[in-house]
Ligand binder design. Structure first.
Ligand SMILES: NC(=O)c1ccc[n+]([C@@H]2O[C@H](COP(=O)([O-])OP(=O)(O)OC[C@H]3O[C@@H](n4cnc5c(N)ncnc54)[C@H](O)[C@@H]3O)[C@@H](O)[C@H]2O)c1
Length: 251
C-alpha cells in the first residue's frame, strides 16, 4: 500500500490527487492553509490524514513533514503540488513582495518539503517525487514573471533530484499542466482581461486558439497521470517534464 504526502491538497488539483490515490487504496496525508476545506475533504475521504500548513513558512513545513511521515508510517510518494499564481503585472510594475511570496511557496517550500522527505523516501521500496510545474515552466508568460520563473525552477530542481536520488531507487518527475478547468484559471483569465482591456470571452478564445485541442484540462486526468507516474509501470520514467496541456503552443 503506497503512503502518499500531497501538499496543498484541500481543493483544486491537489484534491484530485488525494481522491485518486485514496481510490487506489493508498494511505494519503495532505496539508493545506485552508482548515475548513481540509475538514470537508476528511468528511469525503475516509481515513484521510490532514494538517494545516502554510507552505510559505519554513517553521510550519519543518513541523508538517515529520508529522506526515509519522502518521503514514513512512513515505513512498511525495506530491509537491502547492503553488500560487501570483499577480498579473509587467515585471517593472511587479510588487517585489509578491515576487518573494510566489517564489517562497512555489520553489522554496518545495525544496523544504523535499529535503525533509528524502530520508523517508530512501527507506521506501520505490520512492517517487512528483513536482507540479506548469506550461509556464516550458514557455515565457507575459505579465506573470514570478510564476514563470518559479515553474522553470521546478524543472531544474526535479531533474537534479532525479540525478541525485536515482541510485536510491527514487524517481522524480514534473507535471506541466496547461489551462486547468476550475476557479483558479477563472481568476487568471480575469487578471489577463483587466490588464489587456479585453472581455473575458475574448481572453478565453485567445487561450483556446493557442492549443490544438480546444478544451481545458480536466484535473482528474492530471491525477491519473500522477497515479501512473507513481506506479511500477513508470519505473523507467525519471527526470522528465511531462506536459498535459491540450498541445498548447503559445502562452
Ligand atoms: N489550475 C491551473 O490552471 C494550473 C495550471 C498549471 C499548473 N498548475 C499548478 O498546479 C498546482 C495546483 O494548482 P491549483 O490550480 O489546484 O491551485 P489552487 O489555486 O486551486 O489552490 C490549491 C490549494 O492550495 C492551497 N494553498 C494556497 N496557498 C497556500 C499556502 N501558502 N500554503 C498551503 N496551501 C496553500 C489552497 O488553500 C488550495 O486548497 C500549483 O502548483 C499550480 O501552479 C495549475
Amino acid at each position: 500500500m503506497q503512503r502518499v504526502l500531497i501538499t496543498a491538497g484541500a481543493t483544486g488539483i491537489g484534491r484530485e490527487f488525494a481522491r485518486a490515490f485514496a481510490a487506489t487504496g493508498a494511505e494519503v496525508f495532505t496539508c493545506d492553509i485552508d482548515a475548513a476545506a481540509l475538514d470537508a475533504l476528511r468528511d469525503e475521504i475516509p481515513g484521510l490524514r490532514t494538517t494545516v500548513c502554510d507552505m510559505a513558512s519554513r517553521a510550519q513545513i519543518e513541523r508538517m513533514v515529520p508529522e506526515a511521515i509519522k502518521a503514514l508510517g513512512g513515505l513512498d510518494v511525495l506530491i509537491n503540488n502547492a503553488g500560487i499564481a501570483g499577480p498579473t503585472a509587467p515585471t517593472d510594475a511587479m510588487p517585489p513582495d509578491e515576487w518573494d511570496k510566489v517564489l517562497a511557496v512555489n520553489i522554496t517550500g518545495m525544496f523544504d518539503v523535499t529535503r525533509l522527505a528524502i530520508p523517508a523516501l530512501k527507506q521506501s521500496e520505490a520512492g517517487c517525487i512528483i513536482n507540479m510545474s506548469s506550461i509556464a515552466g516550458r514557455l515565457g508568460f507575459v505579465n506573470r514573471s514570478p510564476y514563470a520563473a518559479s515553474k522553470w525552477a521546478v524543472i531544474g530542481f526535479t531533474k537534479t533530484l532525479a540525478l541525485e536520488l536515482g541510485g536510491n531507487g527514487i524517481r522524480a518527475n514534473a507535471i506541466l499542466p496547461g489551462a486547468v478547468a476550475g476557479e483558479r484559471i477563472e481568476r487568471v483569465f480575469a487578471g489577463r482581461a483587466r490588464i489587456a482591456n479585453k472581455s473575458l470571452n475574448d481572453v478565453r478564445a485567445d487561450a483556446m486558439a493557442n492549443q490544438s485541442i480546444k478544451q481545458m484540462v480536466d484535473p482528474a486526468d492530471i491525477a491519473q497521470l500522477a497515479v501512473f507516474l507513481a506506479s511500477p509501470a513508470a519505473k523507467a520514467i525519471s527526470g522528465q517534464a511531462i506536459p498535459i496541456d491540450n498541445d498548447r503552443q503559445k502562452s
